[in-house]
Ligand binder design. Structure first.
Ligand SMILES: [Zn+2]
Length: 375
């Protein structure tokens, strides 16, 4: 099996701003940890330096007017009607190089797709991708362009059937919306309920429309859902859905903002639950394009995506973090010395209630959605 890791230090040329939760340094930290463990030196691994996408690549999904606004905003100054397109102070700030940043991360996703479609290998990981909230003509939730949609559209143009699995704490709304009426893309999003978290969508009754009915699957978790309930829910429905659909390629958004100590969300997962789900995906995804996503505790991001990359390559890592990485991490205020960090026990008192809620959701999916999914 061959795998590809797509990355460039040029990501660090861009910055959402010092007070913004999305710190691009987390990508460098992840790269450093992966490299520190020697996971780019394996004979089966191809390291692919990121090459920017071209504007026409974004235009397959995004509107021309919106792309023009992004291009103008690339200077870092507020322009014309930018706020009408979701840009401005707050979630989607205008910063210098905003459009170049978008071209870079979308380029990496397209490189990951090319690696798989060309038959060079089976798994490719773009940690900078997974910006699942961007809409056709609107920035949303730190996302200016929707690289999962652009990548999936490329796969469709090559005649592939695609399953998209999104494990970010936030609903994968932009991707769901893009393929809501399609039966060639099965979207499955596991997320904190829209009742308590942005973007406020992703309820189980959102199942797709027209030909796409049954091909949008949502698993909304109550706040404080722990590893046990989360993994149980994943195992109850995701393998069965994938087996029913039989995709050519699986695209995943691997957000790490589901963890108990993520500053923006309210789920209660640990890296152990994340690991179980990643191993589950590995068994299901014979051809796998893995994208990054959210995650606002940078220690969690680096350790979880390193673990994910190890799983993609079938490698067991030692628990002690590499010395060179630790020296750097300490200076950034990171306390964890071990890959999986300090283990913790789930909040049992919440667990029973959450299990009952997810049993209801799972029953709904099995009775109402699964029978509609065909290969
Ligand atoms: Zn998120």
């Amino acid at each position: 099996m061959k795998t590809a890791f797509i990355y460039t230090d040029a990501y660090l040329d861009y910055d959402y701003g010092p007070a913004h939760p999305l710190q691009i340094t987390r990508l460098k930290l992840t790269y450093d940890l992966i490299k520190g463990y020697g996971l780019l030196d394996l004979p089966s691994v191809e390291f692919i330096p990121t090459v920017k996408a071209e504007e026409k690549d974004l235009a397959v999904f995004h509107g021309e007017e919106y792309l023009n606004i992004l291009k103008q905003a690339n200077e870092g100054h507020f322009v014309g009607d930018a706020y009408l397109y979701g840009l401005g102070p707050g979630d989607n700030p205008i910063f210098p190089g905003l459009f170049d940043w978008s071209l870079l991360l979308a380029g990496a996703t397209l490189q990951a797709i090319d690696f798989i479609v060309s038959g060079k290998g089976e798994v490719a990981f773009n940690i900078a991708g997974g910006l699942h909230h961007a809409m056709r003509s609107r920035a949303s939730g730190f996302c200016y362009i929707n690289d999962p949609v652009i990548g999936i559209m490329k796969l469709l143009s090559r005649g592939k059937r695609v399953a998209y699995i999104d494990i970010d704490a936030h609903h994968g709304d932009g991707v769901q919306k893009a393929f809501y009426e399609s039966n060639r893309v099965l979207t499955i999003s596991l997320h904190e309920s829209g009742g308590t978290l942005f973007p406020g969508t992703g309820f189980e009754c959102e199942i797709g429309e027209g030909e796409g009915e049954g091909y949008s699957v949502n698993l909304p978790f109550p706040p404080y859902t722990d590893d046990e309930v989360y993994v149980w829910t994943f195992e109850e429905v995701v393998p069965e859905l994938i087996h029913a659909f039989r995709p050519d390629v699986v695209v995943t958004q691997l957000g790490v903002d589901t963890f108990h100590d993520d500053p923006l969300t309210n789920l209660d997962l640990s890296i152990l639950g994340y690991e179980r789900v990643l191993k589950g995906i590995k068994e299901l995804a014979l051809r796998w394009v893995a994208l990054g996503g959210g995650g606002y505790n940078i220690s969690n991001v680096a350790r979880a995506w390193t673990l994910a990359w190890a799983i993609m390559n079938g490698i067991e890592l030692r628990e002690e973090l590499p010395e060179a990485f630790l020296e750097k991490a300490v200076k950034m205020g990171i306390e964890e010395k071990e890959l999986r960090g300090r283990l913790r026990t789930p909040l049992q008192s919440q667990s029973r209630e959450n299990k009952a809620e997810m049993e209801r959701v799972v029953r709904y999916i099995k009775e109402t959605v699964l029978p509609k999914v065909k290969s």
